[in-house]
Design a protein around this ligand. Structure first.
Ligand code: F3S
Length: 778
């Protein structure tokens, strides 16, 4: 067998170092699970278990039962952080007083640069505005040995794909589109800062074992279709919640026909259906991409490991970077690439899918704007060599016909490497000569950092098309009436020439200046450059830091944007009494309601300052007014004002709310801020899962009404005492806790509540926060 050959050639003892741990853990996984068939995602995930034997032992008969049930304690290989979320992650890490991170990590300065006039200008302005944040991140990188990618170096996910993603790796990233690296056979999961810190200090990171949704790709894409259309079509099928609790694993003959970067576009946008992550197997395209990005060693290691990385002498158990033959998925969706037409998704939600052929009629039926104001291509999702050269082929055709884009046209390269390569090969010049604006290698308009200069006023309905991944209201330019339709870079580019949302580039013509009809021929491009990528401007190269324990981290004591964190106080060694209800919230309460973004983003590293937005768009159930709270003496003020007043007077409090409290993005500030202001309990009809976990990590107790009608029996200002909460925290588990509520007239009401707190989570709450516990245990 190959394994015997491996032993006889001495390879088994000389497997690539980067795969040594994976090999050891996989051997244990196989020892426990035998030769049960596993999907690719399971193989990688379970080989990163901290305690594989203990976790998997009870499933030795049926590995499929692990999914959706087991709690996995995982040890990721790497962490990546973007500048906006890295601030709180690093502040939390600093409070653990460790000299360096336990695993490699990187910081990427990409979210804070405003896109407006063009790369050079915007980058300079962005650096000037955010200097203290960048200085802080850079100095923390130096002190703790974290790689630092300066502003202009690129967008986190593109940089990770080009430099860090590797077959079989498991990584966490403090950004929802971290699964972009899944295109290169990496398990990459988006998390909040507190989760990243768990990995950074070397503690295991907990994840409920995901179910596995197999996406079978068949056939080959047609001339106008692209990988983007695969995920746009899937988003329409699955909706924004359809992937929740699942890993999307792609397989089937169609996989081989896709470029590596196309696969990454698809895994990137798995976030849009709520998936934990998405993954593709290792293919020849992966090997070609590793060559082009000058990572031959990674390619060789991965291939040697695939060939000789056996956990026994049984060839069946070799670790191939694909699912075992006969592995079962929880569900399978089949996509026939040959039949897939281009899609356009939106507005306001990424799962509203319309096939291109029906888009013009939908625009008319829905009375959406027919004028296209801007076309934006690139970003972390779609700025590959293939994307850009396919778009370029359309620009060249149109220019030859004497046309110019009728809508504003913006191009965002995902990294300095891709920018420099596209400049070297003439693609960026083609865009610029056509009147396109090349923005800096940063997020810019994708995350609201877009200073529009086309005179579209806030509140005016208008349509833009982008090859980005998200299109919620207000996301791009802060205008709630801007409709962002998501499409492939090719479709965006062609439609920018027409300046119309009703134009179908596969069938319609544009009139040229000399009165002729111009039809686009289908786009064509190249998967990658003919010579390896150009690394670009050396000034934008990363700083590869070794830990320097004596180095200072740059935080001014008078800063308005950064503040060191103080540890939260532990849970008292008894039940709680004297809590007051700060506000009873009516209706939907998302993480955006609890901690708004927009202008508040700049305070992400300053907990006291950002806390001034806490619940500031929540509706008070008793007064019906948004952002109104009533103090015990009847004085009305805003919710964050009253919370701050109670914090200062040492009055602990709780919030009462309705269903799915904390839905939306996994924003950890939505848990940190109430905690800082003095919240000890949040009582709701139900919670969004991730937010509930975040609350526990920050030492806040989430409780749900045993009888929902009790919501009506209690009011803001009521005093609350817990009965049985302390006992519950000593043991963890599911159960009931009573709240004794004293009304303003002195009468008492008993409210029964439920809780679901694991033993680990109970430990976090007792210690005051997960971080308090982690820093104690180190
Ligand atoms: Fe940045 Fe948008 Fe991607 S914010 S990380 S370009 S999703």
């Amino acid at each position: 067998s190959a394994a015997r050959r491996a032993y006889s050639h001495g390879y088994a003892g000389h497997l690539p170092e980067r795969y040594a741990k994976l090999y050891d853990n996989y051997t244990t996984v196989r020892k426990v699970l035998g030769l049960q068939r596993l999907t690719l995602a399971e193989k990688i995930l379970y080989s990163h278990l901290n305690n594989p034997e203990e976790t998997l032992a009870s499933y030795s008969g049926n590995a499929k039962d692990i999914r959706g049930k087991a709690s996995l304690q995982l040890k990721p290989d790497r962490v990546a952080m973007q500048d906006a979320s890295a601030q709180m992650a690093l502040l939390q890490f600093m409070s653990c007083n460790l000299p360096e991170t336990a695993i490699p990590a990187s910081i990427h300065c990409d979210h804070l640069i405003v896109g407006s006039k063009g790369a050079d200008n915007d980058l300079e302005a962005g650096i000037a505005t955010n200097k203290e944040v960048f200085d802080f991140l850079q100095s923390a990188g130096k002190k703790y040995g974290i790689e630092f990618w300066p502003p202009g170096a690129g967008i986190i996910h593109q940089t990770v794909l080009e430099n860090y993603a590797a077959p079989g790796l498991m990584m966490l990233g403090t950004d929802s589109h971290t699964p972009n690296a899944g295109g290169l056979c990496t398990i990459a999961i988006g998390v909040g800062g507190a989760d990243a810190v768990e990995a950074l200090v070397g503690a295991p990171w907990e994840l409920k074992a995901p179910k596995i949704l197999g996406v079978k790709l068949e056939g080959k894409l047609g001339p106008w279709s692209s990988p983007k259309d695969v995920i746009l079509a899937l988003a329409g099928k699955l909706t924004v919640r359809g992937g929740t609790g699942y890993i999307l694993e792609y397989f089937g003959s169609g996989v081989e026909s896709l470029s590596l970067t196309g696969q990454s576009t698809i895994t990137n946008m798995g976030a849009e259906v709520g998936a934990t992550t998405s993954i593709f197997p290792y293919t020849e395209a992966s090997a070609r991409y590793l060559d082009a990005t000058k990572r031959r060693a990674v390619k060789q290691d991965a291939e040697v490991f695939q060939k000789y990385g056996s956990s026994s002498w049984n060839e069946d158990s070799f670790f191939k970077f694909r699912a075992d033959d006969g592995a079962e998925y929880d569900e399978v969706i089949t996509v026939n690439l040959s039949e897939l037409e281009p899609y356009i998704n939106g507005p306001f939600t990424p799962d509203l899918s319309t096939p291109l052929s029906q888009f013009a009629s939908t625009i008319k039926e829905q009375e959406w704007p027919e004028k296209l104001s801007a076309g934006l291509i690139g970003s972390c999702t779609n700025s590959s060599y293939e994307d850009m050269t396919r778009a370029e082929s359309l620009v060249k055709q149109a220019e030859q016909a004497g046309l110019k884009p009728a809508a504003d046209f913006y191009i965002t390269p995902g990294s300095e490497q891709i920018r420099a390569t596209l400049e070297r090969d003439g693609t960026l010049q083609t865009f610029a000569e056509a009147g396109g604006v090349i923005l800096s290698n940063a997020c810019g308009p994708c995350i609201g950092q877009w200073k529009r200069t086309d005179g579209v006023e806030k509140g005016t309905s208008n349509a833009i098309l982008s090859s980005y991944n998200r299109n919620f209201r207000g996301r791009n330019d802060g205008n709630l009436e801007t409709m962002n339709f998501l499409a492939s870079p090719e479709v965006v580019t062609a439609m920018a020439y027409a300046g119309s949302t009703t134009f179908n580039p596969t069938t319609d013509s544009i009139e040229t200046p000399d009165g002729k009809e111009f039809y686009f021929a289908p786009p064509h491009g190249k998967e990658g450059p003919s010579t390896p990528f150009d690394s670009g401007n050396v000034q934008l190269a990363p700083e590869i830091n070794k830990p320097t324990p004596n180095a200072e981290v740059a935080i001014s004591p008078t800063s308005e944007r950064l503040a060191l964190l103080e540890p939260f106080e532990p849970f008292p060694s008894s039940d709680m009494s004297g809590l007051r209800i700060l506000v009873k919230v009516a209706g939907k309460c998302t993480t955006d309601t609890i901690s708004a973004a927009g202008p508040w983003l700049k305070y992400k590293g300053h907990l006291p300052n950002i806390s001034a937005n806490t619940l500031n768009t929540a509706t008070n159930a008793e007064t019906g007014t948004v952002n109104e709270a009533v103090d015990l003496d009847g004085t009305k003020m805003t919710i964050p004002e009253l919370a701050l007043k109670w914090r200062e007077s040492g009055q602990p409090w709780l919030v009462v709310a309705e269903h799915n409290y904390g839905e939306g993005s996994a924003r950890e500030h939505a848990a940190l801020q109430p905690r800082w202001l003095g919240a000890r309990v949040v009582l709701t009809k139900s919670f969004a899962r991730i937010h509930e976990t975040n609350l526990k990590k920050q030492g806040v107790v989430p409780l749900t009404f045993a009888n929902e009608s009790d919501y009506d029996r209690i009011a803001a200002g009521d005093e609350v005492r817990t009965v049985g909460l302390y006992d519950m925290l000593k043991n963890g588990g599911d159960g009931e806790v009573s709240l004794v509520v004293t009304k303003k007239d002195g009468s008492e009401v008993e409210v029964k509540t439920k809780h679901q707190v694991t033993k680990d989570q109970a430990g976090f709450i007792v210690a005051g926060s997960a971080l308090n516990l982690l820093s104690k245990g180190i």
